[in-house]
Write a protein that binds this ligand. Structure first.
Ligand code: CMP
Length: 130
């Protein structure tokens, strides 16, 4: 797991002890191609980092984004306590790393570099909502 995380830019700046802490919380999940991971309006308590594969972010029948290796999704419901603001569906088979809400929030609190990556994306993605 350590080698996997070190190759993902999201985790690149973690100290060894923080990396070990994340490893103890993170889980791998596999999805087949063309599978809906969650729907807009669902409650959310997990965020996903794509290790390998592609997903589509869909709202109102429009594809807002295609996310791939190293990118993440599902963070917005966790930081805003709102339901999922878009549907996410796999395009290819996907290997994802998943973190639960409390562990993700803890990671943001203890790692300013990850917090800044996440807040940058949240602001950019929120702007696309309006
Ligand atoms: P969340 O609201 O938890 O669930 C839907 C996810 O889609 C959201 O978190 C973001 O991770 C992602 N998302 C929403 N809007 C965009 C966008 N404009 N570009 C890329 N990803 C998005």
């Amino acid at each position: 797991m350590e080698e996997i995380l070190k190759k993902i830019p999201f985790f690149a700046d973690l100290s060894d002890s923080d990396l070990q802490a994340v490893i103890s919380k993170i889980q791998m999940q596999y999805f087949a191609a063309d599978h809906e991971i969650f729907q807009k309006g669902d409650p959310g308590d997990i965020m996903y980092i794509i290790k390998r594969g592609q997903v589509q972010v869909i709202r109102d029948n429009a594809i807002l984004a295609v996310l791939k290796d190293g990118q993440f999704f599902g963070e917005m419901a966790l930081v805003s306590d709102e339901p999922r603001n878009a549907t996410v569906k796999t395009v290819t088979d996907v290997e994802a790393l998943i973190l639960k809400k409390d562990d993700f929030k803890n990671l943001l609190e203890t790692n300013p570099s990850i917090a800044s990556i996440v807040s940058f994306e949240v602001v950019k993605r929120s702007n696309a909502l309006f």
